[in-house]
Design a protein around this ligand. Structure first.
Ligand code: SF4
Length: 151
């Protein structure tokens, strides 16, 4: 499948959240640097990109095995931590697929600071994650498909 086709499919699947997601950042406090707030802002940013952009990148071929495996890993994560939240799982799945295969941005937002002190940042057009070398060893870790480089 071409990445342009995948993008259109994601856009279509995201339609269902249009009435539920506020299109601006007004619902967040400017100075709230909690992980939850930073992740929510990043999700909202990705949501707006998906809903309001047209596909303009190089039309890559999507690796369907990797796509399937990423979905499997997200399903596994939700089965462990939020088994009853189907709507939210679908939302996060769309965002994650978008970040990995279309936007080529990290799955966690630059600027985030995890509880173990590691972080994600951007430098010279590349993304780095200081926690990747640890988190990637978790069973079915999503880090496998994240664009952020180990630091
Ligand atoms: S490498 Fe893993 S922990 Fe780091 S941003 Fe990507 S998904 Fe998150």
């Amino acid at each position: 499948m071409k990445s342009s086709e995948l993008f259109l499919k994601l856009q279509k699947r995201m339609e269902q959240y249009k009435s539920k997601v506020k299109p601006d950042n007004d619902c967040f406090y400017e100075n709230d640097t909690s992980i939850q707030s930073i992740v929510s802002k990043y999700n909202l940013e990705s949501f707006n990109e998906i809903m309001n952009s047209s596909y303009e990148e190089v039309d890559d071929e999507v690796n369907e095995e990797e796509l399937k495996d990423l979905i499997h890993r997200i399903d596994n994560y939700f089965s462990l931590y939020a088994p009853d939240d189907e709507k939210f799982k679908e939302f996060i799945k769309i965002i994650s697929i978008y970040l990995v295969f279309i936007a080529k941005k990290p799955l966690h937002p630059p600027g985030i600071r995890f509880s173990n002190g590691t972080t994600v940042y951007e430098k010279d057009d590349y993304y780095y994650c200081t926690g990747k070398k640890v988190f990637i060893n978790d069973e079915l870790s999503l880090c496998k498909y994240c664009i952020a480089r180990c630091e």
